[in-house]
Design a protein around this ligand. Structure first.
Ligand code: MLT
Length: 201
């Protein structure tokens, strides 16, 4: 997968896995990594699917209607890429914290829904429920921060609450942070994510 890897100054820190929104690239979220943990490794990945020329992490049939078959395939592709990248760059595969926005948050959510050992923690900015009707793995050691907008037309507030409860029912420790804005990524939610990150170990 197209990506950028930046080695951090402290090898005991996690690797931040950056996952952009629809139409973005692996460069978009680099400033967030600096805000969250300037000493951590950064692995920023570009989605392999193109929708009218816009990179994404999996296909969709319509706005908010995901192509489940492609979602499952692309989730595995990203999961396998994480194994390869950990070998290639020699970072701890068990210490990856995803930071995703919108479509990138949805593939990060899908990694959590499908694999017990994909991520140590995840910061999900404006995510949706990636799939319904599936049994989640045991997520009891996982920490998840969800940032949602009260007026987000793409992710209604009930959807953020449903995602929180699905993850909590699988044992994850979840914080749901609300902004009064829409779907945009705000500086204040990034700061809230950064404060939360400093409290998880
Ligand atoms: C998605 O397709 O993942 C969501 O609708 C968010 C987005 O617009 O990318």
């Amino acid at each position: 997968m197209n990506h950028i890897f930046q080695e951090g100054s402290d090898r005991s820190k996690p690797t931040l896995l950056l996952l952009h929104g629809t139409g973005g690239t692996e460069r978009d979220l680099l400033p967030l990594a600096k805000e969250i943990d300037p000493e951590a490794n950064v692995l920023s990945v570009r989605g392999n699917v193109l929708e009218n020329g816009m990179p994404r992490f999996f296909k969709r049939l319509a706005e908010g209607v995901f192509d489940e078959e492609d979602l499952v395939l692309r989730t595995k592709e990203l999961y396998d890429f994480l194994d390869e990248a950990a070998d290639r760059y020699d970072f701890d595969r068990n210490n990856i914290v995803a930071v995703g926005y919108s479509n990138g948050a949805n593939i990060a959510g899908s990694l959590l829904f499908h694999y017990q050992d994909a991520l140590k923690a995840a910061i999900l900015h404006h995510p949706m429920v990636p799939r319904r009707g599936v049994e989640l793995p045991d997520l009891s050691t996982k920490h998840v921060f969800i940032a949602a907008g009260k007026n987000d037309p793409i992710c209604p507030s009930q959807e953020s609450e449903e995602l929180q409860s699905l993850l909590e029912n699988a044992g994850a420790n979840v914080v749901l942070h609300w902004e009064n804005m829409g779907h945009q990524l705000t500086y204040s939610e990034v700061q809230a994510a950064s404060t939360w990150y400093k409290k998880i170990d």
